[in-house]
Write a protein that binds this ligand. Structure first.
Ligand code: GGG
Length: 388
């Protein structure tokens, strides 16, 4: 494995590295057992989660840990039967788990705001997962569509998306619905508390990451003269405490151009909920495919379970064809183990994915190959097992 990657692999989630496995219930078991809620969700979600579980079962055989998985059939099929995406006590049920391993939401027959607000966003908000951490890394054996970026690590950034408020706050309403004078009001909610904590988290990450010691803050404060001016002001206040971190503040349109024009100049990037979502799609495509983009929705204090999911959605166009790339989900499982304090096991998942990508024998459809979802999962298990 390339040296850059070994250095980088374990820097994703917990602000304080935990040498011993712990969970948000404060339990530090002798032989760690982690209670994991599985929500495959919609479309290709269940297909990729199945491969993630396959890798985690292999981890159990190699490390001193076990997983108690419990499957929850929530999502749009549940909505068709019950009129809601999950039961009313869904979050209470999930609260007793150490982590949530999630696939995707979205169905062609239901408006996306219903599925998103019925399942994914309640978890992010209800469990105060205010950090959405999304690596955008050019992995070995993967081609970037950008000219001149051809070596592993040529692009290597971590985007931190504020995950509980901002443009996703779901505050607003409709007036005179269906009439010619219909009005929609959608408010963005930006609090000093919310901005402060996600920016601080990002500075801390920039400080401990083996990167360029840089943090870029992305807003649109020329047009959003209240909320994003507050964000810029808080960023300027906090940066004084981190003289070792080089900073830049960019408008989101410039940031989009620069992700393509000079992606190597970014290290850690912090942005609002919506801007972080858009920027990480660019980050995914310049590093090969959204099929490789992992993410963690993190409650850093571990008061509640965190949730790990691929960046991609339910992909109805390829659902059931068995060709979805499960690597984003498998890498998300690695981020989950890191958050749970299982650092060695997390590293081995990361290493196994890199081996498969570098070897180039089992290539998923989104990277130009013809390997099936199951074949890719099996290749990662084989890589993991042959490394031990
Ligand atoms: N696995 C991610 C997923 O299902 N995404 C669906 C989606 O629409 N997400 C919107 C968002 O994360 O903002």
């Amino acid at each position: 494995m390339a040296a850059w990657h070994r250095q980088k692999a374990l820097e994703h989630s917990a602000p304080d590295k935990l040498p011993i496995a712990t969970n948000h219930r404060g339990i530090t078991p002798h032989m760690a057992n982690h209670k994991i809620a599985l929500i495959g969700g919609d479309g290709i979600g269940p297909e990729v989660i199945k491969e993630g579980v396959k890798i985690l079962r292999s981890i159990e055989r190699r490390y001193n840990l076990t997983f108690d998985f419990q499957d929850f059939p929530w999502g749009t099929d549940y909505y068709f039967k019950h009129g809601e995406m999950m039961p009313p006590d869904g979050l209470d049920i999930l609260a007793s788990f150490d982590s949530i391993f999630f696939g995707a939401v979205g169905h062609p027959d239901v408006q996306d705001h219903i599925t998103l607000n019925g399942l994914l966003l309640p978890m992010r908000r209800g469990f105060d997962q205010y950090v959405c951490q999304r690596p955008s890394v050019l992995y070995p054996g993967v081609a970037s569509p950008l000219k001149g970026y051809d070596k592993a690590g040529d692009i290597d950034m971590m985007v931190i998306r504020e995950n509980t408020e901002g443009e996703y706050a779901n505050v607003g309403g409709l007036l005179y619905q269906g009439h010619p004078n219909e009005v929609a009001v959608q408010a963005g909610v930006f609090t000093r508390h919310g901005i402060n904590r996600v920016i601080r988290y990002s500075f801390e990450l920039a400080r401990r990451r083996n990167g360029k010691k840089k943090l870029a803050s992305i807003t649109k404060s020329n047009a959003q003269g209240f909320s994003m001016v507050l964000w810029d002001r808080i960023f300027d206040e906090i940066k004084i405490e981190y003289p070792d971190i080089e900073t830049e503040s960019l408008l989101v349109d410039a940031a989009c151009m620069n992700f393509i024009r000079r992606p190597e100049s970014f290290d850690v990037v912090v942005a609002s909920n919506l801007f972080g979502d858009i920027l990480t799609d660019i980050g995914a495509i310049i590093t090969g495919s959204v099929g490789l983009a992992a993410s963690g929705n993190i409650n850093p204090e571990k008061t509640y379970p965190s949730m790990f999911e691929p960046v991609h959605g339910s992909a109805p166009d390829i659902t059931g064809k068995g060709i979805a790339n499960p690597i984003a989900t498998i890498l998300s499982a690695g981020m989950m183990l890191e958050h749970l304090g299982e650092l060695e096991a997390a590293q081995s998942i990361q290493d196994a994915c890199m081996t498969v990508l570098r070897d180039g024998e089992t290539v998923p459809a989104d990277l130009g190959g013809s390997a099936t979802t199951i074949q890719i999962g099996t290749a990662v298990v084989n890589a993991l097992e042959s490394a031990h």
